[in-house]
Design a protein around this ligand. Structure first.
Ligand SMILES: NC(=O)c1ccc[n+]([C@@H]2O[C@H](COP(=O)([O-])OP(=O)(O)OC[C@H]3O[C@@H](n4cnc5c(N)ncnc54)[C@H](O)[C@@H]3O)[C@@H](O)[C@H]2O)c1
Length: 452
């Protein structure tokens, strides 16, 4: 099939590359000339494990191409995926200007039947706006052409995006145009060979499902984060509690980790957008409202622990920071808890020496030339003469550090673990002062071995 993907970011590029991998002819379009230039030169504008290989293989096979030419993009695909950004507007609603602009561009140029696929995360009712934008552009040209709009929200996770796209838990397609649905089924058939995971529903339910799923995941995280705060006060260990809870199949283990708050390009903005959509309808979403407030608070949890230990004035202090990306496997720092942490530490007079395996270029862009932050070449190098280590992204390479180096290189052997990566008892045995999230019982000798 001939497929155009409008927007070649995390979602568009993965979608385009994976569809090409199954034999489709894909043209990825983006207005960002730099991105397209990098792709044309054989590179990737983002960090995503396994993606470069898929891109290179399909470019070599001439099934995947990149362009900034809108005319060529509209001409190419019967299926026109819209995978542009939908960032939060000032009032928290999803900014649909890029989606509508992409739809209009299609309406202004199309000469035959097109299926316009909303892959961006968009609020309920957006398919109608897209349909309207295309219809208006066609009317302005005095043309009547058939087209369909379907919703196909994306569920990939950054850091595992290729795997998620190639082996999806489910594919959701919302729409009622039989011809369009047939094309969507055919397009996705190779991805659901072992059992049909394609759920067809009405377009509004499809749009809603994406927000509902992200809101649920954010809820689990905030719920556990608040329980972790209480666990510290009552002398329980949230990690033991997690294991005890997760073993119930009605609950499950996923997304029950307490930490330094959720970030990224999706949860914060999608929670905001759903709250905004509810407010417009006069419908209270009290649970979700609390989820967001709890997360804003949680992003400060490490700062609170640091100031409780070192005092509110951190002038002259240096903190080694392990991790900058909002989660491992990506260079994405959108809404990353590290941003709040760094900003708070610098505001209190501290300096930060940061290390992240892939997000340091992005961090340089985010923090600019702020003299308060320096970047180390390795996790070990960041430790040198720092007052304490603060870990905020659970990269694999941080999981088994050189504990002796931690003890000897830091000015004080203090570790703030924002992702509960380490066992408190082990850290203590290594001579390190350990501050996790919700782990007070395990910090007492009496709590050791409780889960074994
Ligand atoms: N990143 C994720 O993990 C993820 C997962 C699921 C869904 N989503 C959703 O997918 C959408 C895209 O997210 P992303 O992370 O890929 O964003 P992104 O910012 O990485 O990429 C969006 C791209 O669209 C381009 N663009 C904007 N307007 C355009 C236009 N009119 N024509 C062509 N290109 C245009 C931008 O230049 C940019 O390269 C969002 O709605 C997001 O919520 C993201």
């Amino acid at each position: 099939m001939k497929v155009t993907v409008v927007g070649s970011g995390y979602v568009g590029l993965v979608t385009g590359a994976c569809l090409a991998e199954m034999g489709n002819h894909v043209l990825c379009m983006d207005l960002d000339e730099r991105k397209i230039q990098v792709l044309r030169e054989g590179g990737l504008p983002i960090h995503e494990p396994g993606l470069l290989e898929v891109v290179q293989r399909n470019v070599a096979a001439k099934r995947l191409e990149f362009t900034t030419d809108v005319d060529a993009a509209v001409r190419h695909g019967t299926l026109q995926f819209i995978a542009v950004g939908t960032p939060p507007d000032e009032d928290g609603s999803a900014d649909l200007s890029h989606v509508v602009a992409a739809a209009r561009a299609i309406g202004e140029r199309m000469t035959d039947y097109k299926v316009i696929v909303d892959k961006s995360t968009v609020p309920v009712g957006t398919a109608d706006r897209v349909r309207e934008a295309v219809a208006q552009a066609l009317a302005a040209r005095g043309m009547e052409l058939e087209f369909a709009v379907v919703s196909n929200p994306e569920f990939l996770k950054e850091g595992a995006a290729v795997e998620d796209f190639m082996r999806p838990d489910r594919i959701i397609v919302g729409g009622d145009d039989e011809r369009a649905l047939l094309l969507m089924r055919a397009l996705y058939a190779p991805f659901v060979r072992s059992r049909d995971r394609l759920l067809v529903m009405d377009v509004r339910s499809a749009e809603f499902t994406k927000y509902a799923a992200n809101a649920m995941l954010a809820t689990r995280i905030s719920f556990m984060n608040e329980l972790a705060l209480l666990a510290e006060k009552v002398g329980a260990d949230i990690e033991r509690v997690r294991l005890g809870m997760g073993s119930d199949p009605r609950i499950g283990y996923s997304f029950l980790y307490a930490g330094a708050g959720y970030g990224g390009s999706c949860f914060p903005k999608d929670v905001k957008a759903l709250l905004h959509a509810a407010a417009v309808q006069g419908q209270a979403l009290r649970v979700l409202d609390a989820v967001e407030r709890a997360n804003d608070q949680q992003k400060l949890v490490l700062v609170d622990k640091i100031t409780a230990r070192f005092g509110a004035d951190l002038a002259g202090r240096v903190f080694a920071l392990w991790g900058l990306a909002f989660k491992p496997g990506t260079d994405d720092m959108r809404e990353a808890p590290s941003r709040v942490l760094v900003q708070q530490l610098l505001a209190r007079g501290a300096r930060v020496v940061a290390y992240d395996p892939v997000a340091m270029d992005e961090a340089r862009r985010v923090f600019g030339d702020n003299p308060g932050i320096r970047y180390a070449d390795s996790a070990a190098a960041a430790l040198q003469d720092a007052d304490a280590l603060v870990l905020i992204t659970e990269w694999r390479e941080f999981k088994s550090p050189d504990f002796d180096a931690l003890r000897t290189q830091l000015r004080q052997p203090v570790v703030f673990d924002g992702r509960n990566l380490f066992e408190p008892a082990l850290m203590r045995a290594m001579g390190l002062e350990y501050h996790g999230i919700g782990r007070s019982a395990a910090a007492q000798p009496a709590g050791e071995g409780a889960a074994s």
